[in-house]
Write a protein that binds this ligand. Structure first.
Ligand code: SAM
Length: 391
């Protein structure tokens, strides 16, 4: 592909990403892969270059652009090399019209920027939400063989973490295939450490998804005790058993939950768990480094729905904690409504519960918990709170 043809390909993909953002369709990642699956003429260098253009254009546009072309024009603004590729060559984009408008810039839609600002994030912090994320892995201490990696990586801020540049084919490495390492953001690893899971404990991971945190907890527990990994999403949860097998984690049982009746299948666990982790479904404002188009998808209505769900799951999780046990609440959002405010409301409604200090090598206090941000901690954005149940 010529450089101009790559720009035109990026524009076409952006049109699909924009349409999907408006209608709740597939994520950008899947759209990019699908586009190339049906265009075999594109080599690996083309794919990398087009992908880079698409993601850079997504990052450059704060709100949903009108068209892929207007998004690419926003990216080209102040970039003479990219501007020159709008040259009307075969397969390339048409020349830029004199009055042609480009998409708006900024970090996020106005309402969302205001909500982040109201949650005490400054301009630099908000801009850093769109940085490129590194590739973090967790060394799985359940595997005792000496770790052999094609590249050494740098120790990350998480105790068992290593950091690599983005884009390495880690999923093909022997250490990944054997379960010796897991891909997991350093902030997510630290959120697991906040649970302070110990060997022999009984722990419920109420929103386990594909089990990234359950696997980490199993390692902290040295495979002794019991973890019940729950989720309402059958597809995500079904990814956990093969991952657990690869990781050598033998103490995890999965439990599919009924949305709205989450406790129905956990009846025997009432007031029994040493710790319950609520890694709540959230707006994901802290993960824009990986999913920058997520900020085009979020609406105030969806945010309200998520906050109501978080509040319900916190209350449900609390019922499963034994007297004196821990309820650890985590969101990968930096909006106070999903973090400090959410936990503040819980504490107001649940007399006797207390927020406990969290001892992590990163983060800053935020209300009754701790906040990690890309700019301050080099991790995805997280809010973490550890609450103790009345004895
Ligand atoms: C932030 S993700 C969890 C990520 C996971 N803990 C990990 O570390 O990979 C939130 C999860 O909550 C699940 N979820 C949504 N509604 C739920 C509900 N009512 N009860 C339990 N889980 C729910 C979603 O399916 C999603 O997997």
């Amino acid at each position: 592909m010529t450089p101009a043809a790559r720009v035109q390909a990026g524009i076409e993909i952006l049109d699909l990403v924009i349409a999907a953002a408006r209608t709740g369709g597939a994520p950008a990642d899947r759209i990019v892969s699908e586009w190339f699956r049906t265009r075999r003429f594109a080599g690996s260098k083309d794919r990398r270059a087009v992908r880079e253009l698409v993601y850079s254009a997504i990052r450059a546009c704060g709100d949903v652009p009108q068209t892929g072309r207007s998004a690419m024009l926003r990216l080209a603004w102040g970039n003479p090399e990219l501007t020159a590729l709008f040259d009307g060559s075969p397969h390339g984009p048409a020349p830029i019209g004199i009055r042609e408008s480009m998409a708006g810039g900024g970090a996020a839609p106005k309402w969302l920027t205001q909500a982040l600002t109201a949650s005490d994030l400054g301009g630099g912090e908000i801009a850093a939400l769109l940085d490129r994320a590194p590739l973090d892995v967790r060394i799985n201490r359940l595997k005792t063989e000496p770790l052999e990696l094609p590249e050494p990586g740098e120790p990350s801020i998480a105790p068992n973490g290593l950091r690599f540049p983005a884009g390495l084919p880690i999923d093909k490495w022997d250490a990944f295939l054997s379960g010796a390492i897991e891909v997991q953001d350093a902030g997510s690893q630290l959120a697991c450490n906040a649970v302070q899971a110990r060997p022999g404990e009984k722990i419920i991971d109420l929103c386990a998804g594909a089990g990234g945190k359950s696997l980490s907890l199993a390692a902290s527990m040295e495979n002794q005790g019991e973890i019940i990994a729950c989720d309402t999403d059958r597809r995500r949860l079904s990814q956990l058993p093969p991952r657990a097998e690869r990781a050598g984690a033998t103490i995890i049982t999965t439990q599919l939950l009924d949305p709205g009746r989450e406790l129905a299948s956990l009846d025997s666990w009432q007031r029994r768990a040493d710790a319950v982790l609520v890694d709540a479904p959230c707006s994901g404002t802290g993960t824009w480094r990986r999913n920058p188009e997520a900020r085009w998808r979020l609406t105030t209505k969806e945010l309200d729905r998520l906050m109501a769900l978080q509040s319900r799951l916190l209350a449900a999780g609390a019922k499963l904690v034994r007297p004196g046990g821990r309820l650890v609440y985590v969101t990968c959002s930096l909006l106070d409504g999903e973090g400090a405010g959410q936990v503040g409301n819980f504490l107001a409604d649940h007399p006797g519960w207390r927020s406990e200090p969290i001892d992590l090598p990163a983060g800053r206090p935020r209300g009754p918990g701790l906040r990690l941000t890309p700019q301050h901690d080099g991790t995805d954005g997280f809010f973490i709170a550890s609450l103790s149940s009345p004895c």
